[in-house]
Design a protein around this ligand. Structure first.
Ligand code: CMP
Length: 140
C-alpha cells in the first residue's frame, strides 16, 4: 500500500483538557506523520458544513454546538494505509466500545465528546483535507 493521507480533528473536549500532545503522541506512535496542523475555532456555519452528511441525524444540533464550544486542532496525517490506520488508533466512535489503548478509550468523555474525528474513506479524506487546508500548508 502506498503512502496515503487522511484528515483528523482533535476535538474541543481534548483541547480543553490540554491533551493535544498526548493525542499526537498516540498518532505518531501508531506510525502516522502529522504533515499539517492548525488550531482553530470553528464558526457554526463551518461546523454545519463539515458535518453536513449528518444534518438529518438527531444529534446534529448538539454536535455542531459541541464542535464550536472551543478550539479544535485540524490535522493532515500521512502514512501507510493512513485512513484505516487512523481509525484503528482512534478506536470506535462510542468510547464504551473502543479498544484499550485507543485515543477514544483513553481520553473520550462520551460518544459526542469523543476527542477525535478521522475520515472514514480516502474519498472523504480528500474532501475534508481540502475544506481545511491549502496545498501550501501540507508539508510531507
Ligand atoms: P465523528 O467521527 O466526528 O463523526 C460524527 C460525530 O457525531 C461522531 O464522531 C460523534 O462524536 C458524534 N455523535 C454524537 N452522537 C452520536 C451518535 N449517536 N452516533 C454517532 N455519532 C454521534
Amino acid at each position: 500500500m502506498a503512502l496515503e493521507r487522511t484528515f483528523s480533528i482533535i476535538k474541543p473536549d481534548a483541547t480543553r483538557r490540554n491533551l493535544t500532545g498526548k493525542v499526537n503522541a498516540l498518532l505518531e506512535a501508531g506510525g502516522l506523520r502529522i504533515v499539517a496542523q492548525k488550531r482553530i475555532l470553528l464558526s457554526r456555519a463551518q461546523a454545519e458544513t463539515f458535518y453536513g452528511v449528518h444534518k438529518e441525524r438527531p444529534f446534529f444540533n448538539d454536535l455542531v454546538k459541541f464542535m464550536t464550544s472551543g478550539p479544535i486542532v485540524a490535522q493532515v496525517l500521512e502514512g501507510e494505509n493512513a485512513v484505516a490506520r487512523n481509525r484503528e488508533i482512534m478506536g470506535a466512535t462510542n468510547p464504551a466500545n473502543a479498544a484499550e489503548g485507543t485515543i477514544r478509550k483513553t481520553f473520550a468523555e462520551s460518544i459526542e465528546a469523543n476527542s477525535a474525528h478521522g475520515s472514514d474513506s480516502a474519498e472523504n479524506a480528500a474532501i475534508e483535507i481540502a475544506f481545511f487546508f491549502s496545498g501550501l500548508e501540507i508539508v510531507g
